[in-house]
Design a protein around this ligand. Structure first.
Ligand SMILES: [Zn+2]
Length: 48
């Protein structure tokens, strides 16, 4: 038996308001901000 890694259904944190959204959503359920489904933290890391 093989189990899937939890990363598949990992909630996506809204970059704008910080709300955790289900990974199947494309927009934040709260503020409608576009969610980044793929983890690519390379160029954009200017919010800290
Ligand atoms: Zn949001």
């Amino acid at each position: 038996m093989c189990f899937r890694p939890p990363t598949v259904n990992k909630p996506i944190k809204c970059p704008s308001c910080g709300t955790l959204n289900p990974s199947n959503l494309k927009l934040c359920k709260k503020c409608q901000e576009a969610l980044e489904t793929e983890e690519k933290k390379e160029s954009k890391d200017a919010e800290k």
